[in-house]
Design a protein around this ligand. Structure first.
Ligand code: NAD
Length: 348
């Protein structure tokens, strides 16, 4: 187990058990060098304990990088709450998880992730203050959309040499919480939209309100456009779709857009500029973290818009050095994490 932690660069793992409710949870902390670890709680069924452990360890490091690149005073962590395979009392389970998180004394702040919901966070908040994404914090999606728009503006400026989005042709996949808000913003900025979704009412709204053109779900990859904006599913950039793309830039909110690491290189070989998802979609995390710390809305929005400047610098460097932008982003995150480690050691 220690070997697994060392390989993933983690500092600590906490295991919680409450026999009365059946609560079994693992919290993995990658780093607290920049501040308390923050990251969602997955509430899923796992085939066995090892699978749960592997999942939580794998995800914690990504959260540290995401928080560091968003320049938040947080490290990365993640929790898995194992979903019982027999009937259970959800409220009692969440309360027990809240008490477990509270024992960590603020080293880890939990949030919504696959399988957990805002209503669960409200219950957890009855037991601990180290929880975000409650119904009091509101929906982070509009903040994510603000960040994606700012990232798109950065890429259009550096990559296409254009100061405005007016006339930009955008293929937008997924008109959900983030995608619809973003469609509205892109339309207001003068972009032309081609959209796909599985839900007809979403398409109808985009046609009516944003004058969008609709294509079948699979046809979105082959749309001749300036920008492909994935806001639906993960793993949509892969060996099958990348050869079909007819865009200059890929920039959207979806998590885990690259099916495999080498797909970043595949995009680069085709001369397509890619905005790493874990940076461009960090507006939601910024809102959740700053809202938890009591920051006013204006400061949160300034911080999110500021992430566009980070993307602008990273893209300029990537083009100048002819290196994959993901590599430079990882390097910047590591520098920020190590700088804080080093300053802590000097202070000690
Ligand atoms: P959502 O579930 O509200 O919207 C997803 C939309 O994609 C839905 O309208 C769905 O019908 C559509 N869709 C699903 N499969 C599709 C397909 N094959 N082709 C076209 N459309 C399809 O989700 P969301 O909250 O808007 O998030 C969108 C993406 O952004 C997700 O990958 C999510 O993980 C990521 N993300 C969201 C946030 C946030 O604040 N909500 C933050 C960071 C990342």
């Amino acid at each position: 187990m220690f070997r697994q932690l060392e390989d993933a660069g983690l500092t600590d793992i906490h295991i919680g058990l409450d026999a009365a409710t059946g609560m079994r949870a693992i919290v993995a902390i990658h780093s607290t060098a920049r501040g308390p670890a923050i990251g969602g709680c997955r509430f899923l069924q796992y085939a066995n304990e090892q699978e749960a452990m592997t999942d939580v360890i794998r995800l914690a490091r990504g959260m540290s990088y995401k928080a560091a690149l968003a320049d938040l005073p947080h490290g990365g962590g993640k929790a898995v709450l194992l979903r019982p395979d027999r009937p259970f009392d959800r409220k009692a389970l969440m309360q027990a998880f809240g008490r477990f998180v509270d024992t960590l004394g603020g080293r880890y702040i939990t949030a919504v992730d696959s399988g957990s919901e805002v209503s669960d966070m409200d219950i957890i908040a009855q037991e601990t203050r180290w929880v975000s994404c409650t119904s009091r914090s509101g929906d982070p999606s509009p903040y994510t959309a603000i960040g994606v728009l700012s990232g798109i503006q950065a890429f259009v400026k550096v990559g296409l040499g254009r100061q405005s989005l007016s006339g930009l042709r955008v293929a937008l996949q997924g008109l959900g919480h983030v995608g619809m808000d973003l469609a509205q913003k892109l339309h207001a900025a003068g972009a032309q939209l081609v959209v796909s979704d599985l839900e007809q009412p979403h398409l109808d709204t985009a046609v009516r309100d944003f004058n969008a053109e609709v294509v079948e779900p699979d046809a979105i990859y082959a749309v001749d456009c300036d920008l492909f904006c994935p806001c639906g599913l993960g793993a949509i950039l892969n060996e099958n779709t990348i050869p079909r793309l007819r865009c200059k830039i890929v920039a959207g909110s979806a998590n885990n857009q690259l099916a495999r690491e080498e797909d970043g290189e595949r995009l680069r070989e085709r001369g397509i500029l890619y905005a790493p998802d874990y940076i461009i979609n960090s507006g939601g995390l910024i809102q959740v973290a700053m809202q938890h710390a009591g920051a006013p809305d204006g400061a949160i929005i300034d911080k999110i818009v500021g992430m566009g400047a980070t993307l602008e610098r990273l893209l300029e460097d990537a083009l100048r050095l002819n290196l994959p932008i993901e590599k430079l982003a990882d390097r910047l995150a590591e520098q920020r994490l190590h700088a804080r480690h080093a300053s802590q050691h000097h202070a000690a």
